[in-house]
Write a protein that binds this ligand. Structure first.
Ligand code: GDP
Ligand code: IMO
Ligand code: MG
Length: 421
């Protein structure tokens, strides 16, 4: 079976930390979508590591790691990541595998991303500008270059052909970044990629599963950034929900086992787009400060607000989440009261459904309030040690979402994770 772990909000729920912890129980960790827009943070003996393309299982020595066909790869980012972690990650290259069907991000994809965002003005998405949207557009437009192509003799011709297409598109924009400077590093990184273990990912996984290996599929971004079900158009360009695992790795739906869904004890979003429970006041700022809410990829301040159970229930439904994980519980230690949105008032009507036109509607969340716990939960080593008011908050969330909480994360460290019995 293949278990899944994914974010239920707008990304940055703590997926990196949790995958690093859970990887102990799995043989293979596989990324199935997204690309260098992701920033997954983990702490190894107090040292911070941020992964963008490499799965977060690499630091568990027994784990194999697959970058699946659904991922878009920027060769330069991958090369930098490998160089950075190689000294602290024994056997990295022996345990890293890349699907030949994964698509490549070209320098001109990044240029197109920047030009398209700049042209949107106030309506810009707030993209990470890593070339994600244009690379996925070429994939669905049937123009893209795949990892397997780098092994063919005419790779440079294919590259030139696609770049010419991009130049025509770039000609429509008033300002274009100097993407030429990125070409040489791109081809150097392609050379490095030729030495990686490039595999037929779907057969590779199937063989391992047949041999009894346990696989965890690692999501990037979050459910509310899903291309189909997120707050469109303020979304990313891939399917971030559990369905994305089947396309992004080539596994059948019947093979999917547990689905771990991660949410922060509150909520954040980075970039533009609707965020019904956003707090644009001192409480929001206090959340940002307490949670160190700055983007792991871009360093941008994250927008902060209360947990949104309406959006969460939607995300749980879309992915069939079987186990919930709540992260950053410790961040709420000094807040009182703590709130959770339980419905929306949209156009004067109360609803518990996430609206299709959330971008155009004025939404007023209806909150349930909880007493704060006013004590540091980071020092708790067992679920039983947590303050009763915190447990009451957890019960409420479980009941609302009809899903059991499996773990509560109460700090950045690998082992700061409480198993809920
Ligand atoms: P990801 O993209 O989902 O992997 O999440 P990010 O790494 O972008 O952001 C999550 C941030 O929260 C990282 O800086 C983590 O180190 C941190 N983090 C994860 N879990 C906890 C937790 O339980 N408590 C605190 N205080 N920080 C956490
Ligand atoms: P992880 O995996 C948070 C957001 C961007 C922007 C929108 C589109 O670390 O949780 P894109 O670069 O995909 O064109 O940006 O999606 N976004 C993320 N926000 N965490 C991420 O990844 C994100 N990846 C993309 O800020 O609003
Ligand atoms: Mg992140």
């Amino acid at each position: 079976m293949i278990d899944v772990l994914l974010g239920l909000q707008w990304g940055d729920e703590g997926k990196g930390k949790i995958v690093d912890y859970l990887a102990e129980r799995y043989d293979i960790i596989a990324r199935f979508q997204g690309g260098p827009n992701a920033g997954h943070t983990l702490y190894l003996d107090g040292n911070k590591v941020v992964l963008h393309t490499i799965p977060s299982g690499v630091f568990q020595q027994h784990c194999l790691n697959l970058i699946g066909n659904g991922v878009v790869i920027d060769p330069v980012t991958l090369q930098n990541e490998i160089s950075k972690i190689k000294p602290i990650c024994p056997g990295l290259l022996e345990r890293l595998f890349v699907s030949q069907r994964a698509h490549l991000i070209l320098p001109t994809h990044r240029a197109l991303d920047a030009a398209s965002e700049a042209a949107k003005g106030d309506d810009k998405i707030g993209s990470t500008l890593k070339g994600i949207g244009p690379a996925y557009m070429d994939k669905t437009g049937r123009n893209g270059l795949r990892v397997g192509d780098i092994l063919s003799k005419n790779f440079k011709d294919k590259y030139d052909k696609l770049t010419q297409k991009h130049l025509q598109l770039l000609g429509q924009y008033s300002s274009v970044v100097d993407w030429k400077q990125w070409e040489q590093p791109f081809f150097e990184a392609i050379e490095m990629m030729r030495s990686l273990q490039i595999v037929n990912g779907e057969y590779w996984l199937d063989n391992h599963v047949h041999n009894g290996k346990k696989v965890l599929a690692e999501g990037a971004q979050g459910s509310m950034l899903d291309i189909d079900f997120g707050t469109y158009p303020f979304v990313t360009s891939s399917n971030t929900i559990a369905a994305g695992v089947c396309n992004g790795l080539g596994v059948a739906p019947s093979r999917i086992g547990e689905v771990y869904g991660i949410t922060k004890a509150y909520c954040t979003r980075v970039g533009g787009g609707p965020f019904p429970t956003e707090l644009s006041d001192e409480t929001g700022e206090a959340l940002r400060a307490a949670g160190a809410e700055f983007g792991a990829t871009t360093g941008r301040p994250r927008r902060c607000g209360w947990i949104d159970l309406v959006a969460l229930r939607y995300a749980v439904m879309l992915s069939g989440v079987t186990k919930l994980i709540i992260t950053k519980a410790d961040v709420l230690d000094n807040f009182n009261p703590i709130k959770a949105a339980v419905s929306y008032l949209a156009d004067g009507k109360e609803t518990k459904e996430f609206p299709y036109d959330v971008c155009d509607k004025e939404i007023a969340p209806v909150y349930e309030s909880f007493a704060g716990w006013a004590q540091p939960v980071s020092s708790c080593e067992r679920y039983e040690d947590l303050p009763q008011v915190f447990k009451d908050y957890c019960r409420f969330v479980e009941n609302y979402l009809h899903t059991k909480i499996a773990f509560i994360s109460n700090g950045t460290g690998r082992n700061q994770l409480l198993t809920v019995s």
